[in-house]
Every structure is written in structure tokens, then in C-alpha cells.
Design a protein around this ligand. Structure first.
Ligand code: NAG
Ligand code: NAG
Ligand code: NAG
Ligand code: NAG
Length: 509
């Protein structure tokens, strides 16, 4: 950890907290971040070099194999379930997990989920263009029946495709909606088509086996196609050729800034663009920049990201991979960051030639996802429900508690504001005090509104020396191969070699 300057009150606060862990909340409240989302986690004086290894597991490891009797899906189907996922790559990813759970509880046959091909993503490739279909079918064969399209039916000597009844499911529908209303319609028509299908099944399900099924889909069955894995692999190898690297999801993009309503820092012309986009796409609400920022709703600026990394003590030679689309405001915002951390890369600068044409739309997002998943450290700059950063945090937790740096924007906002007003004394100490009050990707309790897809602990984890018998790691696995897959993944994890091998059957992703 970098140390500088004379002893100042905030730094003493950290020091005291280290000596007497109980003091932490006193200090925390004075800094205005009581109510930090990580209940009970204690401030530690973190050695920056330790962040390059994974967070402590406290004896936990990932496991999403069933722990109670889990019969195979019944031979008789109640009908066919067709869904149309919408949103970005990761919103659709959670929707796929939900569709599998829905099919399981309805004893339905799932039709391979349809992915959104909306204008934003300009991507027509669909599920088979992004994900490895044979692997998906194989991994879930103990859980549900899946077909790649609706079957043909013959009635009155005519053969035609079975038609599915279109239904718009309620947002965050409970399990009971599926097993009553939707099931009745399915039995009546033979097939139903749920659209749109994002956030259509409640995240809180009071059944750990169904939650584990979600993890089996998310972390085992959904694997990107070989060409995406290959490009990601090449990028990761290049970035690791000289040691470790960090990935940052820099969500400083036009749509996000317009949505968040954080526009005062832009030129009048840029503000016009953001306001117009906001009017066209989002509800008409008056948003005040200062207020938005103080409640943590503004994405971090590239400069703020640099200041945080500097305060934590990362060397300016740190290799950084940026996952993002177009940075709004361009170089004006990037150059202060690049001045602090010159070794910045993205998939265009470090990827193989002709990468651009390979990585448009969802596939481009998938490459960024893989690189961020395999990076030594990951830092999101904005998080919202079911998005790229949130899913990655969950996946990295599952993949062996990989270090994740999650800035508490709400706690940091007043510190940055003071700095902008010229009060720079103690700036770095104050930032450190906020930053070191997090779990860095270790096991931690999920507290609303944290999503199950961001944190599947404890359901999808087991303890190797449990105090509580229900946390015990399953010894015999009714899912042939599943546990083996995990073991293999672990070994790979430890060596962090290549992801080429993840293209073989033994691994997840
Ligand atoms: C699904 O099948 C299982 C086992 O055959 C049965 O116990 C359960 O009641 C069925 N559920 C529905 C909704 O059909
Ligand atoms: C949005 O709200 C503002 C003021 O609250 C109002 O002047 C404007 O007409 C509204 N625009 C739309 C499209 O509703
Ligand atoms: C990086 O840090 C080193 C030592 O801390 C310093 O000498 C060098 O000037 C810095 N480089 C940049 C680009 O800031
Ligand atoms: C990637 O980096 C290059 C070079 O630094 C830059 O020109 C380009 O705009 C960046 N691309 C994205 C999508 O940020």
C-alpha cells in the first residue's frame, strides 16, 4: 500500500480500525458510509500486492450440484416453453437461467431460448451464434428436456409447426405464476411463448435447489462458442505475457450517462445529445447532477477511476484492459486517466487483426466478458440490475473468489466533490478508507438489492469443513461429470493458464 503525507484523521481512522476491528463502524459512520452493502465486513489495511491474488475463500468453494434428491426430468412433457430474451448480453444470460428454472418446475420442454436481435446490438446470430449449443444441451440433460425448435404436428392430415400461445409474463413473476396460470395455458395449447423475457422470474426463490440450477446454467451450461473463446484466449495470453493485468468495465457511455442523468460535466453540445437520447428512451424525470452523484447514481469518470487506483497504491505501470463501448466525450475524458495509467488496452488495441469484424454486437461483448472473467483483478465503474458488471462479479466469485474492486460511488462522491473544490488534503487517505471497506470478491452475505446473479453465496457454494452440516460439500454427485467439471475448473483456475482448454468438455463457462 502506498503511504504518503503526514498522519491525517482519516488515515488514523483506518489504523485504529485495524487495531480494534470494532471501531470500524464509528469511523465508517463519520465518513458517511454506514449502510455500505457488505454487512459485517471489516476494514483491513490492504497490501496492494495481495489484491493480485484471489480473495480469501474462508473454506468455501463453488458447487452447484444438487444436494438432495433430484429426479431426472419426467418422460412426459406438459408442453413446450418458448421464450424471447431481451436486453444486452447479460440481461439475456440471466433470462436463459430463468427459462431453464421455469421449464423445470413446469415439467416443460424448453425450446432453445431466442436472443434479442434489436437495433442496438445489430446482431442476428442468436443463441447458436454466441453459445455452444451441444454443450448446453449436454450439461442440462439431468435437469430439463431441450429442443432446438418447436416440433411439427399433424392434424387432419396436415403437418405444420406447433403454434405457441403468446403471453407477456409479469415482471419478477413468482414460481406459482408458472405452475398455475402459465401451466394451464401450456396444457391447453401445447406450447406457450413468453415475451419479453427479462426479469420475468423473481430472483429470490425460497428453494436452494432451484437456485443451484440457475448456477448450473449460468456457470456451467452457458459457454461461449469456440471462436469467441479463441479470441478471448489470445487477448488474455497477450495481456498476461508480462505478468498480471486488471480489467475495468468503464461504463462511461452515452446511453448510460443519459439514463443516469449525469450531464453537467459535458459541453453544451454533448449535453444536447444526452438530453435528446434521454427524452427518446427514458421516462421524463428531472435529474439534478449533484444529487444523482451524491446517491451514487453517476458512473465513475475515467479520471476518477485513475484517482482511485492511484490512491489504493497501484503502480502506474499496471496493465489495464478496458471493456467498454465508445467513451462519451472521447479523449477529453480519457487523457487524464491515460496520463496516470499509460498502459491501457481494449479489444481493438490488443486483439488479433481483423478482430473488429469478429466482435461486433453480442460477440464483442462476449469477448470483453471472457477477458474480464479471467483477469486477475476486475473493477466495475457502474452496476445495475442484471448487467455486464453484475454478472461478472457473480461469475468471478464462483470462479474461485477472484479479486473484484467495487468502488462505493456514494461514499466516494463527497470526497471527489471536495477535491474539485480544491480541498485536496487527505484525499488519498479518504479514498483508501472507502476502498478498503469492501470484501474484494470474497464470500459475503447477499443483502437486498444485491442480485442473486451478482452473488450466489451461499446457495452455490459449499464448505470444506462445515460447522453447519447443510453447507457440506456433496461427496457423491448424482450429476455425472458435474463435480468433475468443477475440479478441473479449479485446477485451471489455480494455474490461470489458457482458456483454450475450456473448449473441452471438462470445464464450465
Ligand atoms: C413434474 O413431475 C414430477 C415428477 O414426475 C411431479 O412430482 C410434479 O408434480 C410435476 N409437476 C408439474 C407441475 O407437472
Ligand atoms: C418533461 O417534463 C418537463 C418538465 O417537468 C416538461 O416541460 C416537458 O414538456 C416534459 N416532456 C415530455 C416529453 O413529457
Ligand atoms: C510512474 O511512476 C514512477 C515512480 O513512481 C515515476 O518515476 C514515473 O514518472 C511515473 N510515470 C508516469 C507516466 O506517471
Ligand atoms: C480502443 O483503443 C484505441 C487505442 O487506444 C482507441 O482508438 C479506440 O477508440 C478504443 N476503442 C474503444 C471501443 O474504446
Amino acid at each position: 500500500m502506498r503511504r504518503g503525507g503526514a498522519k491525517s484523521p482519516p488515515r488514523m481512522c483506518v489504523a485504529v480500525a485495524v487495531l480494534v476491528a470494532g471501531t470500524v463502524w464509528l469511523c465508517a459512520s463519520s465518513a458517511g458510509f454506514l449502510g455500505a452493502p457488505y454487512g459485517g465486513y471489516r476494514v483491513k489495511d490492504v497490501d496492494v500486492n495481495k489484491l493480485w491474488t484471489t480473495a480469501g475463500s474462508n473454506g468455501w468453494r463453488a458447487s452447484s450440484a444438487p444436494r438432495s434428491y433430484w429426479p431426472p426430468p419426467p418422460y412426459e412433457t406438459n408442453g413446450y416453453l418458448r421464450v424471447r430474451c431481451n436486453g444486452g448480453l447479460n440481461q439475456q444470460r440471466s433470462a436463459i437461467c430463468n427459462a431453464v428454472v421455469a421449464a423445470r418446475i413446469m415439467n416443460a420442454t424448453l425450446v432453445l431460448p431466442e436472443l434479442d436481435t434489436n437495433s442496438f446490438w445489430r446482431d442476428e446470430s442468436g443463441f447458436p451464434g454466441i453459445y455452444d449449443v451441444p454443450h448446453f444441451l449436454k450439461t442440462l440433460k439431468h435437469d430439463i428436456h431441450i429442443v432446438t425448435s418447436l416440433p411439427e404436428i399433424t392434424s387432419r392430415r396436415k403437418t405444420k409447426k406447433l403454434k405457441a400461445l403468446k403471453i407477456r409474463p409479469p415482471r419478477d413473476a413468482p414460481l406459482s405464476w408458472y405452475t398455475t396460470f402459465a401451466l394451464e395455458e401450456m396444457k391447453k395449447y401445447g406450447a406457450i411463448y413468453l415475451t419479453p423475457f427479462s426479469h420475468r422470474l423473481a430472483e429470490d426463490i425460497d428453494d436452494p435447489e432451484l437456485q443451484r440450477l440457475r448456477c448450473r446454467v449460468n456457470y456451467h451450461a452457458l459457454r461461449f462458442k469456440p471462436h469467441i473463446m479463441k479470441i478471448s484466449n489470445e487477448i488474455v495470453n497477450k495481456l498476461q505475457s508480462e505478468g498480471h493485468f486488471m480489467s475495468i468495465h468503464l461504463r462511461f457511455e452515452m446511453d448510460m450517462l443519459a439514463f443516469a442523468g449525469c450531464i453537467d460535466i459535458f459541453t453544451p453540445e454533448e449535453q444536447k445529445i444526452l438530453i435528446k437520447y434521454r427524452e427518446e428512451n427514458f421516462a421524463n424525470k428531472t435529474l439534478v447532477y449533484r444529487e444523482r452523484r451524491l446517491i451514487g447514481k453517476c458512473p465513475l469518470t475515467p479520471e476518477e477511476v485513475g484517482l482511485i487506483l492511484g490512491a489504493i497504491g497501484f503502480a502506474n505501470s499496471t496493465r489495464i484492459y478496458l471493456a467498454s463501448g465508445e467513451i462519451f466525450g472521447g479523449d477529453r475524458f480519457m487523457s487524464p486517466f491515460r496520463a496516470m495509467f499509460p498502459r491501457l488496452d481494449n479489444h481493438s488495441s490488443v486483439g488479433p487483426e481483423k478482430l473488429e469484424e469478429n466482435t461486433r454486437g453480442l460477440a464483442g461483448s462476449a469477448v470483453d466478458y471472457m477477458v474480464c472473467l479471467l483477469s486477475d483483478i476486475f473493477m466495475p465503474t457502474y452496476d445495475g440490475p442484471s448487467n455486464f458488471a453484475n454478472n461478472l462479479m457473480g461469475h468471478r466469485l464462483y470462479n474461485g473468489f477472484r479479486t473484484t474492486i467495487t468502488p462505493n460511488r456514494k461514499a466516494l462522491a463527497p470526497i471527489f466533490m471536495d477535491r474539485e473544490e480544491g480541498h485536496i488534503t487527505g484525499f488519498e487517505d479518504r479514498v483508501r478508507q472507502v476502498m478498503f471497506n469492501t470484501h474484494f470478491g470474497g464470500p459475503h452475505k447477499r443483502i437486498h438489492p444485491e442480485s442473486f446473479y451478482t452473488n450466489s453465496w451461499p446457495e452455490c457454494f459449499c464448505h470444506m469443513n462445515p460447522k453447519n452440516p447443510s453447507d457440506k460439500c456433496p461427496s457423491d454427485d448424482p450429476h455425472e461429470g458435474l463435480e468433475g467439471q468443477l475440479q478441473n475448473e479449479k485446477t485451471e483456475d489455480a494455474t490461470l493458464t489458457t482458456i483454450e482448454s475450456t473448449q473441452t468438455e471438462e470445464t464450465m463457462i
